[in-house]
Design a binder for this molecule. Structure first.
Ligand code: ADP
Ligand code: MG
Length: 568
């Protein structure tokens, strides 16, 4: 590696990379260091306003970067070492792309000449080509004078159109390459308008509003694209002026408060089965919406879809009124269009929905208000709900199977973009990464509601949480297994069943090793007290919440996706 001669007013690739990120306001860098990027992380700490957040596993660092991208509308940055570190980060990069979170994975890589001849370098891997199918774009920078352009290309690729993951390959040679300091400074620039507005055309807006005006039983579905777009005011205005009921997808909960009279989450199946015109705003007709067809939907339903990505239209079924454009501009146009179009949800539809909501709420309250001992998901979640209602600005990170489905249904969100979860892929392992990313990016408190299995994928990051003294409370719903903890080995052998984990595991003890606060709770009252104390203290905390191992549905709400279910 060429050494930098300080007498000659030289800088090097690593410094220029850091300067280019800083120039573009990408100041929080999440990663795990090692050859060849250790000094790059040190240089980050030399710049005022920049932070390097070091993790225990690249996947968690990547999830932290991705979620900071979702929260801030700027690409979150992950820094990884070559080959194995790069691969560990790739799950997070792919998850960011699948979910539409802007993110850049920057990875050091080994010697190109040796990689290309496959001569066996330390951590040898053709990283850029391996990354390609998992991200929106992949670039390699070979010369220090190209760094500013390479970073600009990565930022634009991550942010333009549907946001997603970008891979940026930095070779060992580039990182050490010297360059004249003044010449390097001249190459730096901040990208102008990295995510240009893309308003939809008037005819598409007209077509959509005309269709919506014909609806007898209209429905608006808000997805995480709507959350990302930060069009909160116009969404609220449009929904309230038209009186159209809306259904928030998981990460769109809180765009309008979940207790809003037009929120019909508590009548989800019924509104899906009966709506005659559905307007999708930043939500895809994928598996999470039963692909927009079949028994879950009114056979005569017509769709309006607002999406930045034209390819999304007709992806699962015909879209009668496609509106291709950014949601912020589109909602402005929709609100303006209300002066011309008389759009009002008929009262009869709202009355029907209100009736169903009431009946379903009574059923849910009965499940929540039991004194079941050991606790189950529902009386435990009642305790969580009673605390969270007093902390409406706290982030809620959530993963698991039953833990995910039941928490989503029980815990109301009141503010935009505070619910962060497994998303489109149903990925496990986002828990600690999302929590750390949200806490670092926002400075706010985070509560993570974790299945005991889900927690295991990123549990070692408790050390990271304690090292950075983050206001994160991790509640582990411990029912001793994947889905549940009481299954037997069907072959009769002594090994635990495939779904079994240790029901008597004391996850709370883990955080004691790092100086955090721990609770082991067995009743809703204990849970409520521990959670409330933990949030108010802003101290890293784990609450091991002992649940009944015999409670839990195989695969949660998506049992039907299993090829078959053999367990009795
Ligand atoms: P959910 O899982 O909540 O239904 P999805 O991730 O399936 O949400 O869908 C989000 C959609 O939002 C994607 O199709 C994406 O292209 C779109 N999207 C993301 N950001 C914007 C934006 N600013 N404007 C318009 N559409 C967007
Ligand atoms: Mg479990």
């Amino acid at each position: 590696m060429p050494t930098v001669d300080n007498t000659q007013n030289l800088t090097d690739g690593m410094h220029i990379v850091v300067d280019a990120l800083h120039k573009n306001g990408l100041n929080d860098i999440f990663g795990v260091i090692g050859i060849p990027v250790t000094d790059l992380a040190r240089h980050i700490q030399e710049i005022e306003g920049m932070r390097y957040i070091g993790f225990r596993h690249e996947q968690s660092a990547g999830h932290a970067a991705a979620i900071s991208g979702f929260i801030t509308q700027k690409p979150g940055v992950l820094l990884t070492v070559s080959a194995p570190g790069f691969l560990n980060g790739l799950t997070a990069l792919a998850n960011a792309t699948t979910n539409g979170f802007p993110m850049i994975q920057i990875s050091g890589s080994s010697d190109r000449a040796i990689i290309d001849l496959q001569q066996g370098d330390y951590e040898e891997m053709d990283q850029m080509n391996i990354a390609k199918p998992f991200c929106k774009a992949a670039y390699r920078i070979n010369h220090p004078e190209d760094i500013a352009i390479g970073v600009a290309r990565a930022i634009r690729a991550a942010m333009t159109g549907r946001p997603g993951g970008v891979y940026l390959d930095l070779t060992t040679a580039l990182l050490g390459a010297p360059m004249d300091k003044d010449a390097a400074a001249k190459t730096l620039f901040a990208v102008t308008d990295p995510c240009p507005k893309m308003p939809p055309c008037n005819s598409a807006v007209e077509r959509a509003l005309t269709l919506l005006a014909t609806a007898k039983q209209p429905l608006i579905i808000l997805g995480k694209g709507a959350a990302y777009a930060q069009a909160d005011d116009n969404l609220k205005t449009f929904i309230e002026k038209t009186g159209i009921p809306y259904l928030p997808m998981s990460m769109a909960k809180g765009l309008l408060p979940d207790n809003h009279p037009l929120c019909c989450a508590a009548a989800r199946s019924e509104v899906m089965e009966n709506a005659d015109v559905v307007m999708l705003v930043g939500a895809r007709l994928n598996w999470l919406l039963a692909h927009g067809k079949g028994k879950h939907w009114n056979p005569n339903v017509k769709y309006i879809q607002v999406d930045i990505d034209g390819k999304e239209m007709d992806s699962n079924r015909q879209i009668e009124a496609p509106v291709v454009g950014d949601i912020y501009s589109t909602m402005e146009a929709f609100v303006a269009g209300l002066s011309k179009h008389n759009i009002k949800s008929p009262d009869a539809w709202i009355t029907t929905i209100d009736g169903i909501k009431k009946a379903n709420t009574v059923k849910m309250e009965a499940k929540l208000n039991t004194d079941a001992s050991p606790m189950n998901f529902f009386n435990a979640l009642k305790a969580v709900r009673d605390v969270m209602v007093d902390h409406k600005d706290v982030y809620l990170v959530n993963e698991g199977a039953n833990t995910l489905d039941d928490t989503r249904n029980v815990i109301d969100m009141y503010e935009p973009r505070l619910r962060l979860d497994c998303g489109t892929w149903g990925v496990m392992g986002i828990g600690m990464g999302f929590s750390i990313g949200a806490a670092i990016t926002s400075g706010k408190s985070v509560v993570a509601i974790e299945g005991d299995s889900a927690f295991g994928f990123s549990g070692m990051e408790l050390e990271t949480i304690c090292r950075y003294k983050l206001p994160i409370t991790v509640v582990i719903f411990n029912n001793g297994g994947i889905y549940r903890g009481d299954h037997k080995n069907l072959g009769g052998g002594a090994d635990p069943s495939p779904t079994t984990l240790m029901a008597n595991a004391r996850y709370d003890k883990l955080i004691e090793a790092f100086g955090g606060v721990s609770y082991n709770v067995t009743t809703p009252a204990e849970l409520q007290k521990a959670l409330s104390t933990a949030i108010n203290s802003r101290k890293p905390t784990v609450i091991n919440c002992v649940l009944d191992p015999a409670f839990g549905t195989e695969s949660g709400h998506i049992t039907s996706l299993n090829p078959k279910n053999i367990h009795p």
